[in-house]
Design a binder for this molecule. Structure first.
Ligand code: CAA
Ligand code: NAD
Length: 283
């Protein structure tokens, strides 16, 4: 199938990053969110990233103009009728995602692919509310989407071979390396990453070491680019908590049980870098 037009739902950290990647790689890209202010903020983040790339000499001014011409921020979901592929990247909440999938299934052309960037939620359950389960799959990008080279293609029970093949080609067209995972909670990366982040929080709760020392130890001792507290703040403590809850519900291993401190921090609105405060404080 020929893909020319992409729609992204959710203009937060991930949705805006994915829209940026799509527009840079030749696709007309619609971007929407629940309110105009969030669309504006997501679009401003993308334009800012292109300005930075231009100022570093990585792209020309003509590139910026071309990329901008492909980006279509909108509050009108009807615009998505033109889309060949829609990627949902709203908050990690199954009920909200299901509502979006129902609405899009009614709106989109039958051949369009309907994808989710979910970190953990079952694609098979989401696909079941649509009439196009063969064309529903996970396309899981990593934060920051414009930089991280991986996407996980998550194959739900009813996802067709043709959809998986199209997604492999689409991922390559975005400059990403694709891996394929079955629809199990957490897929590949988060099944391994989430218990590591939770173990670091438990280690801090137990008083083994300070957050700063745990971060330093994992950066310098293992070569990770960020320590676990910096990374959890970067991912978002809400996303980390919701993903842990989903994986734990599917796979009740205590390693996935969210520690009390994480729950309390999210309850207090300390969501990490995006809210200005998580384990650390940000300008
Ligand atoms: N958008 C676009 N470009 C960005 C960017 C962004 N948000 N953030 C950084 N960059 C670019 C910078 O401009 C810079 O480019 P140049 O080298 O060409 O100048 C390059 O990326 C490196 O950035 P920095 O020099 O600012 O900083 P860094 O070298 O420390 O790298 C990082 C930043 C790439 C985020 C790195 O710290 C890193 O890889 N961290 C780990 C991130 C990670 O593990 N992500 C996965 C999280 S799990 C997940 O996403 C799945 C889930 O479901 C929760
Ligand atoms: P975020 O909080 O930065 O953004 C979520 C956006 O969704 C917000 O702008 C919010 O206004 C919008 N939204 C909420 N309900 C909506 C609705 N009904 N319609 C339209 N927009 C709605 O979160 P994020 O980090 O961008 O995560 C988005 C998705 O990507 C989640 O499913 C998350 O699990 C997944 N994900 C996150 C990361 C990460 O590191 N943060 C990495 C990979 C995947």
């Amino acid at each position: 199938m020929s893909i020319q037009t992409i729609g992204i739902i959710g203009a937060g950290q991930m949705g805006s990053g994915i829209a940026q990647v799509c527009a840079q790689n030749g696709y007309t890209t619609f971007l929407t969110d629940a309110a105009q202010e969030f669309v504006d903020r997501g679009a401003a983040r993308i334009l800012g990233a292109w300005d930075t790339m231009e100022s570093k000499g990585k792209i020309s001014h003509d590139d910026v103009l071309l990329y901008r011409s492909r980006l279509r921020p909108t509050m009108n979901l009807q615009d998505y009728v033109a889309c060949d592929v829609v990627i949902e990247a709203i908050i990690e909440n199954k009920a909200e995602k299901v509502k979006i999938f129902r609405a899009l299934d009614d709106l989109l052309r039958p051949e369009a692919l309907l994808l989710s960037n979910t970190s953990s939620i079952s694609l098979t359950e989401i696909a079941a509310v649509t009439k196009r389960a063969d064309r529903v799959a996970g396309l899981h990008f990593f934060n920051p989407a414009p930089v991280m080279k991986l996407v996980e293609i998550v194959r739900a029970l009813e996802t067709s071979d043709a959809t998986v093949e199209t997604l492999k080609e689409f991922a390559a067209s975005l400059g990403k390396t694709a891996v394929i995972a079955k629809d199990t909670a957490g897929f590949i990366v988060n099944f391994l990453l989430i218990p590591y982040l939770l173990a670091a929080i438990r280690m801090y709760e137990n008083g083994t070491a300070s957050m700063e020392d745990i971060d330093t130890a994992m950066k310098l001792g293992t070569g990770y680019p960020m320590g676990p507290f910096t990374l959890a703040d970067y991912v978002g403590l809400d996303t980390t908590l919701f993903a842990a809850e989903v994986i734990y519900a599917d796979n009740p291993d205590p390693a996935y049980a969210p520690p009390p401190l994480l729950k309390r921090m999210v309850a207090a609105g300390r969501l990490g870098k995006k809210s200005g405060r998580g384990f650390y404080t940000y300008e």
